[in-house]
Design a protein around this ligand. Structure first.
Ligand code: UT7
Length: 324
């Protein structure tokens, strides 16, 4: 017998404002055609003026709680993955805690940029397995529109805002690969690659929020190789292989990265959940958003084997294998 962290509920929230690729043609030397063919992105959502990351996170959390049939009082801990918090502190997670009306438990943020949700989910799994918490709300929430340089066509057309949330719960299990819940995790980072993807501002450097800077082509090459490797490693730890995968639910940065990674894993695109066309790259929010949309579309069903994988600034990357 063992304990597994099982997904009990999922939900998401997207800001109302939708921006189509063609909008960027008005201000930048770019085209809908370039963005679509090089990235797969067709549109993205941007938060309204004054709409914050914690507000998106609260709405996603409420949707996940409703899906789980639970109230905020049933939750022991909240972990929010974000690189775009409302404030330097307090954490977005404690703001979500207050916003949900929750006066017990504990809450904190995790920062691993676009890989943040995979790190946060791993963290929640560890807390559940160690008995520190039994029900954890794991949220990815971002407002990357706030750190865009709107004159840099190589980055500002790529990102969007949004939030997704899971309720994970400790459940007794047999300890086999057939169990529901998180079966294996695999995390990595390599700080030598800092300059490939970073924000040129921060509290202890220049005191400003800064703008995202990226060497897209170099990140692309790392992404396809490292994502396939980490997904394979996590599957192996779970005692499973690519042939067992029902769905890859990848970080949604670029359709070509998603296709390239699936190809390297030997998993056909019919078994990949893709939302990048509608959301752009929402960083730590992209995987829980894709899980929530995948469930709403009727793609994800109980018992399906799901592989999530993500990479982002750091570089930091990793994978979680779970049975839905
Ligand atoms: O989530 C975190 C991880 N991030 C990622 O995974 C992003 C990884 N990188 C990418 O997705 C791709 O590298 C990009 C979409 C950012 C760029 O695609 P690419 O095929 O790697 O293009 P590139 O950077 O090699 O640029 C090709 C050309 C360049 O022009 P020249 O130098 O060949 O004349 C760029 O200036 O495309 C140009 N370009 C654009 N053209 C029109 C770059 N951005 C644009 C644009 N519109 N928006």
């Amino acid at each position: 017998m063992t304990i597994r962290a099982v997904v009990r509920g999922v939900g998401h929230y997207l800001p109302e404002r939708v921006v189509e690729n063609a909008e960027f043609e008005k201000t930048l030397d770019t085209t809908d055609e370039w963005i679509r063919t090089r990235t797969g992105i067709e549109r993205r959502h941007f938060a309204a003026e004054g709409e914050t990351t914690s507000q998106l996170a609260i709405k996603a959390a409420q949707a996940a709680l409703a899906d789980a049939g639970l109230t905020p009082d049933d939750i022991d801990a909240i972990v929010v993955a974000t690189s775009t918090p409302d404030f330097t502190f307090p954490s977005v997670a404690t703001m979500v805690q207050a916003g949900l009306g929750m006066t017990s438990g504990f809450a904190y943020d995790v920062q691993a940029v676009c890989a943040g949700f995979v790190f946060a989910l791993t963290n929640a799994n560890g807390m559940i397995l160690s008995g520190q918490a039994n029900r954890v709300l794991v949220i990815g929430a971002e407002t990357f529109s706030r750190i865009m340089d709107w004159t840099d066509r190589g980055t500002c057309v790529l990102f969007g805002d949004g939030a997704g949330a899971l309720v994970v719960e400790g459940v007794d299990a047999a300890g086999t690969p057939q169990d529901r819940g998180i079966l294996a995790v695999d995390l990595h980072s390599d700080g030598r690659f800092r300059d490939l993807l970073y924000v040129d501002g921060g509290v202890s450097s220049n005191g400003v929020a800064g703008h995202l800077r990226m060497q897209g082509n170099a990140v692309f090459k790392h992404a396809v190789q490292k994502l396939a490797e980490t997904a394979h490693a996590a599957l192996e730890k779970a005692g499973l292989g690519p042939e067992d995968v029902t769905w890859i639910v990848p970080h949604q940065a670029n359709l070509r990265i998603i296709t390239g990674t699936a190809g390297r894993m030997g998993v056909p695109m019919e078994r990949v959940i893709v939302t990048v066309q509608d959301h752009g790259n929402t960083s730590a929010a992209s995987i829980p958003l894709a899980l929530s949309v995948g469930k709403a579309r009727g793609q994800l069903k109980q018992g399906d084997l799901v592989v999530t994988e993500a990479i982002g600034g750091g570089l930091a990357w990793g994978s979680v294998v779970l049975r839905w």
